[in-house]
Every structure is written in C-alpha cells, then in structure tokens.
Write a protein that binds this ligand. Structure first.
Ligand SMILES: Cc1cc2nc3c(=O)[nH]c(=O)nc-3n(C[C@H](O)[C@H](O)[C@H](O)COP(=O)(O)O)c2cc1C
Length: 305
C-alpha cells in the first residue's frame, strides 16, 4: 500500500481517530463486566484499567455492557436498551420466513426508489460486523437511468472479454481446474458463457438482461482484504433484507463486480479508489412480481468436528 492510499484509508476510517472510551470513576462500581467483553481492559485491585488504549478498536462493547453508564465516548450509546426495545426484534420464525421467502427480483416497476426507502436500505448495512471494527464499507448508489445504461454499455464488452479468457483457461487440462476449480471450469463452459451470449443478444435488442432496466444499483466497495469481502457482502445482504420488507426487490450482480474489478475504465468511472475493490453489487427497484410459492434448496451440508 502506498503512503497516499494508507493516508486515504485512515481518513476514511475516521472513527479510529476519535477518543477511546473513558471510565467515569464516580459512576464505576468496579463490577468488571466491561473487562469481561473487552480485550484491552482489566480489573486490577477492584479498579478497571484500560491497559492498551492504543489497541482500542472503538467497538463500544465496554459501554454497551456497563450497567451504571460509567463509560463514555463517541462509540458508546448513552441511551439504555430497554426490554421494550428488545421486543421489537423479529422472532426466529419471522426471520426464518423473511430469509426463506426472499427471492432475487429481476422485474421492477418503472418508478424511482424514494429517498426515504433508500435511506432505510443503506442504514441496514451500517451495523454489519467489520474486521477490527474498521467500518470501511463504502457504497456507490446509482439512481440515474441514463447513467445505469451507460455503465451497462461500458461493462458488457469487458465482461464478454473476461469470460472468453476464463473459458480458454478452463479448457487447459489440469491448469483450468487448478486456477478456476473444477466446478467453476465446467460452469464457465456450460452455463456462464452461453448465458452471457444470450444476455448480450437480448440487451442489444433493447431488453436489458444485465441490469434488468433497474431504477437503481448499489455497489459496495472496500479495501482488497478477505475480511472486507465478507463485510461488504454481509452489509449488502442486510440491505437486501431491508429492501424486501419495503416491497423493493433486489438481484445481486456478479457481472458488475467482475467488470468493476477487472476493467480499469469501469473502476475509474465508478470512482472506486485504487486500493479498494468492488466486493458486491445489486440492482433494485419496487418489485413488479409476486412469487406464489417458496422454493426448495439443497439440505444443509455441515460437518460437525
Ligand atoms: C455472488 C452472486 C452473484 C450473482 N450475480 C447475478 C447476476 O449477475 N445476474 C443475475 O441475474 N443474478 C445474479 N445472482 C442471483 C442468483 O442467480 C440467485 O441468487 C440464485 O439463482 C438463487 O435465487 P434466489 O436469490 O431467488 O434464492 C447472483 C447471486 C450471487 C450470490
């Protein structure tokens, strides 16, 4: 990472520059609950000590658990969490239903997403866990149809070129399997490539099968780390679930992620910083389709060790 990009990411993760939580000694009862959930606090001689303030990641857990409001700081929410507030959480069965009934939606009403709904969707991603609480997830929100069409036109040729390369690699004995994995190598030849050809043909005829004439696209980007890939994808999935509750359908778009990461022109046009990667993207709009049945999926494949 260059000095510039390091500085840029420091500027972005500005909560790290905020003061670490502070213990108000007059309120602290020395119960030690904070030290039990924090890696940089200890109880010594009935007193709580912040042993390594330099390693504090501003997660706010110390203040969140303190029963006597003795811990203050920018990452700590002063308002107490009441049982009434907790009761608003979805039940296991309602969450299970939301997870099971959510479908990828590729048919959208010809209607822009209201700012109020978009705010709720983006807010849903805000509380996603991030490695070392970096909170380094960034969103690109596109709501201008002309710009979305322009992006599609720019991305399509590079997606086709990249898939062509992948197919050529997948046909090289052993190397193809090693580089792509046997399942992916087969998928490239039998599914992705013919599907992509069909998408291109439809799209050229004015039926946008890349972005489905969506009134909006959200792309999440962050630093090129594995934990950011998880954080960004998890954040976007939270956004998807929130959208579902608002009657807004979403469809993840792997093609756009590929183009944004592999085609410098697309990455630059989107304004993704050099030290960042697109980790996930989706099209979204008010759903113009209603599914009448649930779908079946493979059973859980889990190995207990
Ligand atoms: C990583 C990822 C990338 C995807 N990319 C696309 C895409 O580019 N275009 C598309 O139409 N659907 C895409 N999908 C949607 C899948 O086709 C869809 O999730 C799958 O068929 C299951 O359907 P469901 O979401 O309704 O359960 C993607 C899904 C995932 C998880």
């Amino acid at each position: 990472m260059t000095q510039d990009s390091r500085q840029q990411s420091l500027n972005r993760a500005n909560h790290r520059q905020e003061p670490a939580p502070r213990i108000k000694q007059d309120k602290c009862t020395g119960c030690g609950l904070c030290a039990s959930v924090c890696l940089v606090m200890e109880k010594r001689n009935k007193k709580i000590v912040i042993t390594r303030p330099d390693l504090c990641i501003r997660c706010g857990h110390c203040g969140a658990i303190c029963p006597s409001n003795a811990i203050v700081g920018p990452s700590v929410e002063a308002k107490r969490l009441t049982d009434r507030a907790r009761a608003a959480a979805p039940s296991a069965s309602s969450l299970q239903f939301l997870l099971r009934s959510r479908r990828s939606v590729r048919r959208y009403k010809n209607e822009p997403i209201s700012q109020k709904d978009m705010d709720k969707i983006l807010e849903a991603g805000r509380y996603t866990p991030t490695g070392t609480n970096s909170q380094g997830i960034e969103y690109i929100v596109m709501t201008d149809r002309d710009q979305i069409a322009r992006l599609g036109k720019m991305a399509m040729p590079s997606i086709i070129k990249l898939f062509g390369m992948a197919v050529r690699v997948s046909k090289i004995p052993v190397l193809g399997d090693l580089m792509l994995g046997n399942q992916a190598a087969e998928n490239f030849q039998k599914i992705y490539t013919p599907a992509l050809k069909a998408i291109d043909e439809y799209t050229k005829r004015g039926d946008d099968r890349l972005f489905y004439h969506a009134p909006a696209i959200i792309l999440v980007h962050g630093e090129k780390l594995d934990d950011m890939a998880f954080s960004c994808s998890a954040a976007l999935f939270s956004c998807m679930l929130m959208a579902d509750t608002l009657g807004i359908g979403c469809c993840l778009n792997g093609f756009l992620v590929l183009a944004a990461n592999r085609e410098p022109k697309v990455k630059k046009w989107l304004g993704i910083p050099r030290n960042h990667k697109a980790h996930a993207a989706m099209t979204l709009g008010y759903a113009n389709v209603k599914y009448n049945h649930l779908v079946k999926r493979n059973p859980v494949r889990a190995k207990y060790l």
